[in-house]
Design a protein around this ligand. Structure first.
Ligand SMILES: C[S@@+](CC[C@H](N)C(=O)[O-])C[C@H]1O[C@@H](n2cnc3c(N)ncnc32)[C@H](O)[C@@H]1O
Length: 295
């Protein structure tokens, strides 16, 4: 490899490169260095991870070594693994991701579960998503509820490109329509266009909090997907007040936020005129999702 500690004379077998990469990533403070070394090498060799174990003594080709060198350098620079492999699994499906779009998070699967409780399996329903990113929420809801239609917006041009690809890869083009622009503004307006539900995993990190996050997030992920004003609630507050113009009378809204924001966000909903609210925990046991309905 390119590091001065890397041996240069011996043959680079799968086993040897795994060991070297594991040690190197550990020195760079990468979490789970062995697992990540395996995932990077499987990607460099274009094979399943399990195959590495049957190929332990196999030397890498020049092309595989060059790919691995590039991937390890990027990961040692703390670029997210998902940007290097170009894929992230979410709710059991693979999504294309890369620089410029947020990597889907496991806690967002809780947001999906809370939405699915509200969306009937057999009655056509209209939902709006603000901030689609990779498209993981809109696509997952559409796959889980085949008669659902989702109109989704995102301010980011990069997000539009990834989400378009994911909508097409998962074959939900007829259910999911993407619009690029701020909040609800790119959507067709009018009474007949109102939604049964609104869902969003908006940016919710405080400006002063960003520097304390891991380099994978703070340096490599798009700030517009993460940060929202001094209190982190700039877009959330807007969504809560703007939502009333977009929901049917018994419509609902479901937001993912930081655990510490769940109570303040509930208060914002009540102040805005929502009657019914509830807070839901993610798989780690943290308050994560706020539900609100008008009636
Ligand atoms: C936390 S990410 C969520 C992405 C994706 N829905 C997910 O859960 O992985 C927030 C997204 O909101 C978008 N965004 C930020 N400000 C926005 C705004 N004013 N209007 C629409 N989208 C916005 C960002 O570009 C980003 O894609």
């Amino acid at each position: 490899m390119s590091d001065s500690t890397a041996p240069t004379d011996d043959v680079w077998t799968v086993q040897r490169i795994l060991q070297w990469t594991t040690d190197f990533l550990r020195q760079k403070d990468v979490e789970s260095p062995r697992l990540e070394a395996e995932l990077l090498l499987a990607h460099a060799r274009d094979c399943q991870r399990i195959r590495l174990y049957t190929d332990f003594e196999t030397p890498l080709s020049d092309k595989e070594r060059a790919r691995m060198r590039d991937f390890v350098t990027r990961r040692a620079g703390r670029e997210p693994l998902a940007y290097i492999t170009g894929q992230k699994e979410f709710y059991g499906r693979d999504f294309s991701v890369g620089r410029g779009v947020l990597v889907p998070r496991p806690e967002t699967e809780t947001l999906i579960d809370v939405c699915l409780e509200q969306i009937p399996a057999d009655r056509p329903t209209r939902v709006c998503e603000v901030g689609f990113g990779s498209g993981c929420i809109a696509v997952t809801l559409a796959k889980q509820r085949p008669v659902l239609s989702v109109l989704a917006t995102d301010i980011s041009v990069e997000a539009l490109s990834y989400a378009t690809e994911n909508v097409s890869n998962h074959d939900v083009d007829r259910q999911v329509t993407l619009f690029q622009g701020d909040s609800f503004s790119p959507l067709p307006a009018g009474q007949s266009q109102r939604f049964d539900g609104i869902v969003s995993n908006p940016p919710y990190i405080r400006e002063d909090e960003l520097a304390s996050l891991s380099p994978e997030v703070a340096v490599h992920e798009p700030h517009i997907a993460l940060v929202s004003g001094e209190d982190g609630l700039h877009l959330v507050s807007r969504l809560i007040t703007e939502a009333l113009d977009w929901l049917t009378e018994d419509g609902w809204i479901i937001l993912e936020v930081d655990p510490a924001q769940c109570d303040p966000v509930t208060r914002l909903f009540i102040e805005a005129g929502f009657d019914k609210t509830s807070i839901h925990k993610d798989l780690s046991g943290n308050d994560r999702v706020v539900f609100a309905a008008r009636k």
